[in-house]
Design a protein around this ligand. Structure first.
Ligand SMILES: Nc1ncnc2c1ncn2[C@@H]1O[C@H](COP(=O)(O)OP(=O)(O)OP(=O)(O)O)[C@@H](O)[C@H]1O
Ligand SMILES: [Mg+2]
Length: 532
């Protein structure tokens, strides 16, 4: 159980949360929602004990499993399976048993006997900790999250960001702790895994908080909704399921709007009154106070309006290029002994739209990275056509320099722009003056996505390579990005689990991985998108 009393959260000069009191007890299935940058991640991190609130107290009884939004880099040499097993301390026992097994086949009698003795002891401990059942439970959870035996046998360092996050999620679910804090758990999951997670959460005996923009997941699992209102810095707590919450919230918003209109009316009455009184010397002070009060009332309304905005986006007209700006042929990639794909070829014509479809681990991100010139293929080559200008959007935002500020990142994407131009682009992506000077590492998930897209916008690219561009975006920002994608005139190569994103792209062609087969787009492939 987690108890939060009068918790306040501030970052820099901004108050994210003024004062919130709540409890997460067994049976509480809480959906935490709010727009990008509202402070959801900051709140969960604080609940997990990874940072302290600026005010109030948080107490934790029982263990907490926390899945952060960004993939973490723990010990990169640990095997993925050991990382999962470690959640119940099984990893060291299993490793010891494996070593003893090897020693048991030794030709030397003494070594063999010692190993057998060791094995017996370890096995007893293993059984006490849940034994083979626990180990197979770990494998089952992992495989339901799209991690197969092969991946589990790899070290964390060799896994993609998405795979690492799935390993973390498997570890947390396997640990069997009392309270779960999951920040965007579905970001790297395929449709089957999402369905499985949904059922898992529905039956979870403890309490949990889940942050998600996936409304189907919320509808299916939560019995409470906490809405973090970025305008007011308040946590609205609804003891309702998802659909009932939506209705109630609409009513509440309407009421607030009415109240705002009232405030506006009151303020203008005050101002008018102040104007009249100002003429009289005896009332000048009172008039000034009145005017000040009215201005305060109005300025709080102004803030609400400003922060309700969503980035109005348009990708600019792409730079001119030849008929086929990008070609690739005979691409292959192998990691260790694992062949990811072999002999994949691709020709991206000017203005064409291509979707890459494949199961988890089929190499979609790898292919995009090769096209972007970041990874080198084992065989084959990527050939830029005449006038090619690439724009690459990376799933984990690794194109952004985490240590530098928002402004600096954008400036390096478009060195020719003046400072004023850079600030104006940032403004249209909703980065205000203060935000623009933040280092990228403190940005929220959605803010990083916005910045990475802003960098694409300024580059006048004629081929966009987009890897899951809608992850992390709140519904309003997502719509905006999809709208921009719809009207973009350049070529797009898209990797996405988001059916809406593929629909917006309206692709002509599809490339199926790992076989690299190309086909015309059709409704049968649409069904594959969320499955992939
Ligand atoms: N150290 C810091 N300094 C300044 N601002 C910060 C710092 N840490 C976080 N912020 C800001 O606090 C706000 C809340 O961030 P947070 O990551 O909690 O948002 P979020 O609700 O999880 O958003 P998203 O839906 O995009 O993941 C953001 O505007 C972020 O830029
Ligand atoms: Mg977040």
């Amino acid at each position: 159980m987690i108890t939060a009393h009068a918790v306040e959260l501030r970052v820099g000069a901004r108050v994210l949360l003024e004062e919130a009191t709540f409890r997460i007890a067994a049976g509480d299935r809480i959906g935490l929602v709010g727009r990008n940058g509202a402070g959801k991640t900051t709140l969960t991190k604080t609940l997990a004990g990874e940072s302290l609130p600026t005010g109030g107290q948080i107490t934790r009884a029982g263990e907490v499993g926390y899945l952060p939004q960004d993939p973490r880099t723990g010990d990169l040499d640990t095997l993925a399976m050991d990382r999962v097993l470690a959640a119940r301390g099984l990893d060291t026992i299993v490793r010891g048993m494996r070593e003893a097994e090897t020693a048991m086949s030794s030709a030397d009698d003494e070594t063999r006997d010692a190993a057998m003795e060791r094995y017996t002891k370890l096995e007893a401990r293993f059984t006490a900790a849940g034994g083979y059942a626990a180990e197979s439970e770990a494998s089952r959870i992992a495989s339901n999250l799209g991690l197969d035996e092969r991946v589990l046998g790899q070290t964390i360092g060799t896994l993609s960001g998405g795979q690492r996050r799935r390993v973390e999620l498997a570890r947390i679910l396997f640990s069997g702790v009392e309270t779960l804090l999951l920040d965007e758990p579905t970001n790297h999951l395929d449709a089957d895994s999402i369905l499985w997670l949904r059922d898992y959460l529905k039956a979870y005996p403890g309490g949990f908080v889940v942050i998600s923009h996936d409304t189907d997941l919320l509808r299916a699992t939560v019995n409470k909704v906490f809405h973090l209102d970025a305008n007011r810095g308040e946590l609205d707590q609804y003891n309702l399921g998802w659909d009932a919450y939506l209705l109630q919230r609409e009513t509440d918003e309407k009421r607030r709007k009415r109240e705002r209109a009232n405030t506006e009316k009151k303020a203008s009455v005050l101002l008018a009154q102040a104007d009249k009184m100002r003429a009289k010397a005896t009332k000048a002070v009172a008039a000034q106070n009145m005017a000040r009060r009215a201005e305060r009332m109005l300025s709080s309304l102004e803030e609400v309006r400003a922060s309700d905005k969503v980035a109005r986006l348009r990708f600019p007209t792409p730079a001119p290029c030849g008929r086929t700006p990008l070609t690739a042929s005979g691409l292959s990639k192998t990691y260790g002994s694992q062949e990811v794909f072999t002999d994949v070829g691709l020709a991206i014509d000017k203005g064409s739209r291509v979707v890459i479809v494949g199961l988890n681990g089929a190499g979609k991100t790898t292919l995009l990275r090769m096209l972007a010139g970041i990874d080198t293929p084992d065989t084959g080559e990527v050939r830029p056509g005449h006038g090619l200008k690439l724009g690459y959007y990376a799933q984990e935002h690794e194109t952004l320099d985490q240590t530098r500020t928002v402004v600096e990142n954008l400036r390096s994407a478009a060195p020719d722009l003046t400072d004023t131009q850079v600030r104006s682009v940032l403004g249209s992506f909703l980065f205000s003056g203060d935000d623009a000077d933040k280092p990228v590492r403190v940005l929220s998930g959605g803010e990083k996505t916005r910045l990475a897209l802003a960098a694409l916008v300024v580059s006048a690219a004629n081929v966009l390579l987009l890897d899951e561009p809608t992850n992390n975006l709140d519904p309003a920002s997502r719509e905006e990005i999809l709208g921009a994608l719809r009207s973009y005139e350049g070529a797009v190569v898209l990797v996405s689990h988001d059916e809406g994103a593929v629909e917006a792209l309206n692709p002509e062609r599809v490339v199926l991985l790992p076989d690299g087969i190309e086909d015309l787009w059709g409704p049968t492939y649409a069904d594959l998108i969320s499955l992939a």
